[in-house]
Write a protein that binds this ligand. Structure first.
Ligand code: AMO
Length: 428
């Protein structure tokens, strides 16, 4: 038999009763009851019952669960409670046998810990909860691309192998590049800024790399970032874009992904808009009030963010950080040059995004690089573009994996990444 499917399981309808179909999928359950056998067959769209009788049943050997089979048969009504239809098999072919027992139970009846599941990720994807998370991720990406395109952002792809650091020196993976040292990009920062001189509004959704020796539920060595950069926009404008985008993701997936939410066991709650905008100074005062030893100018540690997150659950912006805590490309405020036009988007304690208005004056940018002990010579290729009519611009980067965790109420990014990379995990 050929293994071409005529239908996906979710395409079986009343109109097809009496029609011959060819289905393909995995055996979720196999029961041989003397004169007949029942197969529960799953494909990516759903689950169906296959009934085997007569000579075909007599000649049918044992089929291991999770083997992949092709079934040719006639669609008919069923007495089974859990199914709308069944297929009475005329031919069954095992296309790929599954070993028994499998290293993880794809039905999820026997729970496996996350490390075991990640070690067998392809098989874990047959677990409906895992598959639903990745279907949801697909719709999140769809929504992001749609909204940004509608707002006239052009999707770009910047290089991931680079000759010098994009975010300053720390946390860089280096590699040998034909005898020279190259690095894996930490972000598209410099390239996305450069692209504003020709395309005005750009976005990128790609993987970036951070050699952070962190063992938390929110840090990965390779993460997916959504980045935007926009000419003629201030940090308030790009915060508006970010808020709109997050709201659209929540609205779209809460409507579109009903089945996935049911399987995951979590209801996507569309957040309230507008998101609160709290200044860094207000935040320091709040922390001092709650007894934390912190001064203006100190960075916010995880412990501080947890305190702030407790009193501000959900989405909020933390704005106007001190200049000294922000990267070299961030621009100061006119009314107080110690403060920056910058923000982080928080979800409770979790940082989802950071961004701001950029310096677009080359002399000031050079001075800032020196102030932060970075060598302007290393940034020559970038700096020269600032002499070609660089527009004022702003942007942000947001961790897609972290955004996904907020959507489905989990606290480990590894659950939403196919093959996570962290200091302890380089394979599969
Ligand atoms: P930043 O370094 O704050 O900013 O990164 C932006 C967002 O990316 C996500 N992120 C990570 N997610 C998982 N694992 C990691 N190791 C990791 N590192 C970062 C976070 C974070 O908020 N160029 C600037 C952005 C800009 O100004 O446009 C930047 O990279 O969600």
């Amino acid at each position: 038999m050929v293994f071409v499917k005529t239908h996906d399981i979710d395409e079986l309808t009343t109109q097809l009763i009496g029609t011959q179909v060819i289905l393909g999928g995995w055996v979720e359950d196999f029961r041989k009851l003397g004169k007949m056998s029942f197969i529960t067959l799953r494909d990516v769209t759903g689950i169906s019952q296959v009934i085997v009788k007569g000579e075909l049943n007599d000649n049918l050997g044992e089929i291991n669960r999770q083997s992949v089979v092709s079934v040719k048969g006639i669609v008919q009504e069923t007495k089974a409670r859990d199914f709308a239809f069944e297929v009475k098999a005329d031919e069954i072919e095992v296309l790929g046998k599954a070993i028994h027992p499998l290293p993880v139970d794809p039905i999820g009846r026997v729970e496996s810990n996350i490390d075991t599941r990640l070690n067998h990720r392809a098989l874990d994807m047959r677990n409906q909860k895992t598959a639903s998370i990745f279907k949801l991720r697909h719709y999140v990406l769809q929504s992001l691309r749609k909204t940004l395109s509608e707002k006239k952002f052009i999707e770009i792809t910047t290089p991931k192998i680079i000759g010098s650091a994009s975010e300053g020196g720390a946390n860089l993976f280096s590699l040998d590049y034909f005898g020279k040292t190259a690095y894996l990009a930490q972000s598209p920062q410099l390239y996305k800024e450069q692209m504003t001189i020709g395309l005005e509004r750009v976005f990128e959704i790609s993987n970036f790399y951070r050699a952070e020796n962190s063992h938390t539920g929110r840090h990965l060595s390779e993460f997916t970032s959504i980045d935007i950069e926009a000419a003629f926009m201030d940090y308030n404008d790009v915060m508006d874009v970010l808020e709109f985008l997050v709201m659209e993701v929540y609205k779209y997936t809460s409507e579109k992904c009903k089945k996935e939410q049911e399987i995951i066991g979590y209801t996507i709650e569309v957040p309230k808009s507008p998101f609160e905008r709290i200044t860094y100074s207000q935040c320091i005062k709040e922390l001092q009030k709650s007894g934390e030893k912190i001064e203006f100018g100190d960075d916010l540690l995880d412990s501080h963010l947890r305190v702030i997150g407790d009193s501000h659950p959900g989405f909020f912006f933390l704005i106007d950080w001190p200049m000294k805590l922000k990267p070299f490309y961030i621009r100061e405020k006119d009314e107080d040059v110690t403060l920056s036009r910058s923000f982080d988007l928080q979800f409770g304690y979790l940082e989802l995004s950071s961004g701001g208005t950029r310096l677009h004056n080359p002399e000031m940018l050079k001075a800032r690089l020196k102030e932060q002990n970075l060598d302007p010579m290393q940034f020559q290729d970038h700096l020269k573009t600032f002499d070609w009519g660089m527009p004022p611009h702003s942007g942000w980067g947001m961790g897609l994996d972290r955004l996904m965790t907020t959507l489905i109420g989990i606290d480990n990014v590894r659950e939403v990444v196919l093959y996570p990379r962290d200091p302890d995990r380089l394979s599969p």
